[in-house]
Write a protein that binds this ligand. Structure first.
Ligand SMILES: *Cc1c(COP(=O)(O)O)cnc(C)c1O
Length: 224
C-alpha cells in the first residue's frame, strides 16, 4: 500500500507490521532485520512523526543534505549513507555517518582508510555491488566483488561488514538478492542491505539484515 504523505506515522506502523509478518514468514527473528528509514528529500513534517514514533535509524543519499537535516539531532539517530560518495566528501562522510553503504572503488577505499585513521572514527562499511551490471549504476561488478573485498581488507585495512545492492528497476529482485547473499557468504560477510519500498518482503525472505525503505514510510518524494 502506498503511504499517504499526510500520515507517515500510520504508514510507518504499517511497514513495521509488514516487517514483522515477513520475518515471521521467513522463520527469522524480528530483530534480525533493521529498518533504515530513508528520509532523503522528505520534508521535516514527514520525518518528525516517524522519529517521534521511535524510529531511530535513517538513511540519506547525500552528505550535505543529511548534515542539514540531522546535525541538530545527531545524537538521537543512527545514520546510514546510502548514496554514491565522492572522494572529496569522504572526510565529511566519515565524520558524520555511522554506516557508509556505498564503498565501491579502490580510490574511495584509500581515502576512507586515510580519513578513518586521521579522525579516529570508524563508520561501519558496506560494499555496494552492481548486481544488475547496469552501466549508470554505482557498485562493483559481481565478478569483481571478491577481489575488491580482499583489497579493502589487505591493502587498506578496512573491514566491511556487509554488502548492499539496488536491483534494476522492472526486474524481479529475488535473483539479485540471492546473488548478493551468495557473494556475502563466500566472503565471510554477515550483513545484507537489500530491499526497498517495493520489494522489502522479498529481501527479508532472501536474508536481508537491513532494508532501506523511503516512500512506503514517508510518502512519495517531492523530487525524483
Ligand atoms: C531512495 C533510496 C531508497 C528508498 O527507496 P524507496 O523506494 O522510496 O523505498 C533505498 N535505497 C537507496 C539506495 C535509495 O537511494
Amino acid at each position: 500500500m502506498a503511504a499517504s504523505p499526510t500520515d507517515p506515522a500510520q504508514a510507518y506502523a504499517d511497514v513495521v507490521a509488514r516487517i514483522a509478518r515477513a520475518t515471521q514468514g521467513a522463520g527469522r527473528a524480528r530483530d534480525a532485520v533493521t529498518l533504515v528509514a530513508v528520509s532523503k528529500m522528505q520534508p521535516w513534517e514527514a520525518v518528525a512523526p516517524v522519529l517521534a514514533a521511535g524510529q531511530c535509524v535513517f538513511g540519506e543519499n547525500r552528505v550535505q543534505e543529511a548534515q542539514s537535516r540531522w546535525a541538530g539531532r545527531r545524537a538521537e539517530v543512527t545514520l546510514h549513507l546510502i548514496g554514491p560518495l565522492q572522494t572529496n566528501k569522504a572526510a565529511d562522510a566519515v565524520a558524520f555517518f555511522d554506516v557508509i553503504e556505498t564503498l565501491d572503488r579502490e580510490k574511495l577505499a584509500r581515502v576512507l582508510a586515510e580519513e578513518i585513521q586521521k579522525q579516529s572514527r570508524s563508520p561501519r562499511l558496506y560494499v555496494q555491488v552492481n548486481t544488475g551490471e547496469e552501466p549508470q549504476k554505482a557498485g562493483v561488478l559481481p565478478q569483481d566483488a571478491d577481489v575488491f573485498i580482499a583489497a579493502c581488507r589487505k591493502a587498506y585495512g578496512l573491514m566491511p561488514e556487509g554488502l548492499m545492492c539496488i536491483p534494476p528497476v522492472g526486474e524481479p529482485a529475488g535473483p539479485h538478492f540471492a546473488l548478493l547473499a551468495k557473494l556475502a557468504a563466500r566472503n565471510g560477510l554477515v550483513k545484507l542491505s537489500m530491499g526497498m519500498s517495493e520489494d522489502f518482503e522479498t529481501a527479508i525472505a532472501f536474508g536481508a539484515t537491513s532494508i532501506r525503505v523511503g516512500s512506503a514510510v514517508f510518502g512519495a518524494r517531492t523530487q525524483a
